[in-house]
Ligand binder design. Sequence first.
Ligand code: ATP
Length: 306
Amino acid sequence: LIQLYMPLNFLGVVYREIRQALTDIERMFKLLGENREVADAPDAIALPPGPAEVRFEAVDFAYDAARPILHDLSFTIPSGHTLAVVGHSGAGKSTLSRLLYRFYDVSGGAIRINGLDLRQMTQDSLRSAIGIVPQDTVLFNDTLIYNIQYGRPGATREEAIAAARAAQLEAFVESLPEKWESRVGERGLKLSGGEKQRVAIARALLKNPPILIFDEATSALDSKTEKAIQAQLELAARGRTTLIIAHRLSTVMEADEILVLEAGRIVERGRHAELLAAGGAYAQMWALQQQEELGAALADDTPSLE
Ligand code: ATP
């Protein structure tokens, strides 16, 4: 009987593993809203590894032909530089990052990495060159260490812990009874927005890609967490070509170039100080944000009537 039991038990384990992997992939696709119509060209080549220059050339884009979203966008992020995109909700900021990851193909113009059009390269090689720190990180129903190792399948536990340490997750993990083996996700421990972004940064550091996309969380984090995330982001961006989709202007002050998008068009571009001096859309957004922050700080200091 034992001879029968052992293989059956083994098959059971394998089945559970596969089922888990499939649900993870399915969830990932769902959450990323991936468009499965994008396919490799028959003669697609692998993007050679190494430093990457990202270039958008007169890019137009529409999810639906009847409603254009991006109009004639051109910019270059030289290797190792940081470009930040700001603009009101719906301006098309996140769409830029979806196009760079090639969830969709451009409707006009081209996106190139080191001169090679995204449509000429294999999706595998493109995606292994890009690390994404998304707005809302997907956590699988598994251990914390599994969730970090996911950044680079095959990474050792030591490598994952080193990345988590660099993302300043260690103090938090040490406070958990089961430490790295703590279960997270819907059926486990719920992490805060800041902790989840740190898991995403750890994944990106472990992957060690030449290109980094940071889609800042729209939900407000407390100012201490925001500062900490900003510092970790700067660390993760060092030496990488970085695209920041910013919802708060404090994140973009150090960027090499800032693009201000309005209804899918670039209306201003430059560095923080230049844009403030220009007194245009960016300066207005900045003034408004300063007022809001001041208001929030005053509200925090106002004694409660209770
Ligand atoms: P936010 O700051 O609110 O995140 P955003 O500037 O990042 O906004 P995008 O998410 O790029 O804006 O969206 C730009 C426009 O494209 C919006 O009008 C949105 O409704 C539309 N849009 C986004 N995703 C899709 C989609 N999958 N299908 C159709 N339209 C979409």
